[in-house]
Design a protein around this ligand. Structure first.
Ligand code: PLP
Length: 281
């Protein structure tokens, strides 16, 4: 069962709420970050909480001197070790900063904060074995450097289809990222992924690029053309919860052989082998 830290206490998440006056409810103003917890240890906690602070600042939500970010970092550590942490401490911690009730000249001076610990999404071993399909869309994600709570434009893509894992944003014919993950293709011996700024600075993205380069892969940071999808040998996505997940189809376009490829498998193996380096003490 999900738990939540709000107003100084941990509680069952179903008992927690915020006022309907908060702009997160009325206008979708809010930012968050998701931290994967492995056996009670947070993954890349500092990087995630730095990004949370950056998201808040870009959204003009007041985080003062950053003390509140420190506090939330401690809350993630503490919650991860609690006996009532979901799934024996193998779950996801989501730290939220809302717009609060006040907007002043496009700034949000009185935010609310809370951290939810919940079970991760349904990620099946079949998805790693068979790969997943993405729904391409001409839409782009607004404010790409901000992890905003507003996923509406992306969520409604591929509406009603159970074969679609999530959407792939392709504004102006350029491939950027997916609903919740960074996206990569492999082509002509190179790994290609969109540069930070056109996409969110994915924590897993950064780690995977580092591991790939250390292990002799050539990584190019640019947005692939949509037309390159049909020519790719393989594709995959990365995120803290999904690690490295193969992508075998985008819309009607099969990627490579239509089966998961060796680069994604190798990178996931490298990620797992090095995981301890990014785990909290
Ligand atoms: C959360 C998210 C990611 C993944 O970020 P990680 O830091 O690797 O977990 C990538 N893209 C988008 C749009 C996201 O919301």
């Amino acid at each position: 069962m999900a738990i939540c830290f709000i107003n100084g206490n941990f509680n069952s998440a179903s008992q927690c709420g915020i006022p309907v006056t908060d702009l997160v409810i009325q206008r979708g103003v809010g930012v968050f970050d998701s931290v994967r917890i492995y056996d009670g240890k947070a993954f890349a906690l500092t990087a995630h909480m730095k990004r949370l602070e950056k998201s808040a600042r870009l959204a003009r939500i007041d985080v003062g001197d950053g003390a509140v970010i420190e506090k939330m970092t401690e809350v993630v550590r503490e919650g991860a070790k609690r006996p009532d942490c979901p799934d024996g401490g193998n779950c996801i911690a989501k730290a939220y900063i809302t717009g609060g009730d006040v907007v002043e000249h496009g700034q949000f001076p009185k935010p609310r904060h809370f951290v939810i610990f919940e079970s991760g999404g349904n990620i099946s071993t079949d998805d790693y074995k068979n790969g997943v399909a993405l729904q391409p869309t001409d839409e782009g994600r607004p404010c790409p450097l901000t992890k905003s709570i507003n996923y509406l434009v992306g969520l409604i893509q591929g509406s009603g289809r159970d074969d679609i894992y999530e959407c792939l944003y392709c504004p102006d014919g350029k491939v950027t990222e997916t609903l919740r993950s960074s996206f990569f293709i492999c082509r002509d011996g190179k790994i290609i992924t969109a540069p930070v700024g056109t996409v969110l600075e994915g924590v897993t993205r950064g780690i995977i690029i580092g591991l790939a380069r250390e292990n002799g892969f050539n990584v190019e940071e640019r947005c692939p053309d949509v037309s390159e999808l049909a020519k790719a040998d393989e594709a995959f996505l990365t995120s803290s919860w999904r690690e490295v997940l193969p992508v075998v189809r985008v819309g009607e376009t099969a990627i490579g052989s239509g089966k998961p490829g060796p680069v994604a498998a190798r990178l996931r193996q490298l990620f797992k082998a090095n995981l301890d380096k990014w785990l909290d003490a």
